[in-house]
Design a protein around this ligand. Sequence first.
Ligand SMILES: Nc1ncnc2c1ncn2[C@@H]1O[C@H](COP(=O)(O)OP(=O)(O)OP(=O)(O)O)[C@@H](O)[C@H]1O
Ligand SMILES: [Mg+2]
Length: 477
Amino acid sequence: MRFAPPTGGIGALLTSPRELAAWLADGRFAMIADLLPDPLLVVDGQGILRFMNSAAEALHEVHRRAHLGRPFGELVEESPLLGEAALEALRRGSRLQRVDRTVDGREVLTLMRPVRDADGDLVLFVVVQRDLEAIRRTAAGASSLDEARGTDGECLHRMVAGSHNRRILEMGLRALRLGSRVLLTGESGVGKTLIARCLHERSAGRRAPFVHVNCASIPESLFESEMFGYERGAFTGALQRGKRGLIEAADGGTLFLDEVGEIPLACQAKLLRFLEDRTVTRLGATGMRRVRVQLVAATNRDLGAMVERGRFRRDLFYRLSTISLRIPPLRACREMIPELVDLFVREAGIRRGQPFRLSDACLRRLLEYRFPGNIRELQNIVEHLAVMCDDVAEPWHLPEMLTEGDRVAEEETAPIAPPEADGQASDGDAGSPGLREQVRRFERSLIADAIRRYGSKRKAAAVLGVDVATIVRKSRG
Ligand SMILES: Nc1ncnc2c1ncn2[C@@H]1O[C@H](COP(=O)(O)OP(=O)(O)OP(=O)(O)O)[C@@H](O)[C@H]1O
Ligand SMILES: [Mg+2]
């Protein structure tokens, strides 16, 4: 990789830290830098991190708001993908080119270049990194099935992982690696489909096929031919050369049965047969084919209740739900809201060609809202703001239902607890802390999260709409 000569050029233009800051604060620069697939960081002559694009946030798994304006050394300390050598290069004002490996085998190439002004004084450092594994995957996978299906393969990078999601991903991965099937449950819009994709990326790999079957959209009469395929001439209207079914298409990868509660009863027996012996027989064929797929299913229905009412086969229910993971509604993990807002604002800003941000009051209103439609609703609200506002979204730009005060009632503010497998929910357990204590814990974790995210108690206080003294008092507990 070649860099422009380190003197003259921008070094001559950016003669003071203030000029550099103004230049980097220009939203247009950030917008372009966020389109780069490679991580980019800018550190000023005093060693303060001044810029970080979204690829760098994803690589280091940090939030830029927590690091911009802070010493670069803090990021080096926090991230395994920036070694001590980076700090040394900064101290000496020298170039750096090295590969760092993490314990889990990721390899990242780091290039650092000092930029000096006409007098030879250090003005800034440009740090470019390249995730070598991602480059290899892109090069090898350009014509993979995944690409052909339009999967962007970036779910893991894009996903905002709150503590619940992280735990769900961990448990799901462990289950899939042991050959178990995973059932994801939860209200509409909580991220079941996204989590299924992430599980696939982590377990089967982006190059393996991910076949997303929306069970609600396959008519009963076509279920068998769509899922199992058919031989030529199996029925009138069949393709001349026959067709492989969706299960076969997922061979070597993941079969994702979305809205699995909608499979007609008559078709459930056929699916069960496949789950029992892992073979498919195309319609009109005599031989069976063995397929190797990992299975993830999702539903927003209460399958247990459907079983009781005779609407879903009990044996199929047990086969599908070896491991059942419940994704909580957004109102039960509201600490994710600021980060989700950041992501959606960035994406909407790029789409509309002009960045924007939310005022503190607007963000506060979102933090108080119930989100019956969960993360999808939040995404739609940000889209709405992108249309309604210019540079800054204010509360009055919000859709009406939010301004009418549909807020989270106190009794609904669940404490932030680790996720639990279905059937083990501890709602209303005897011996659980009282409401006051739960609210206190919830407040404390919201405050701790805001301090971590915004970098100081003062900023956290501004975002949460209270004064610093309140933050100090409540975080003490
Ligand atoms: N953790 C997350 N980080 C970023 N975006 C998310 C996250 N979870 C969900 N989303 C986004 O929210 C939207 C809804 O998510 P998704 O479709 O996965 O929900 P779902 O639970 O499958 O909903 P449904 O039951 O209606 O199918 C999607 O656009 C998805 O990309
Ligand atoms: Mg879905």
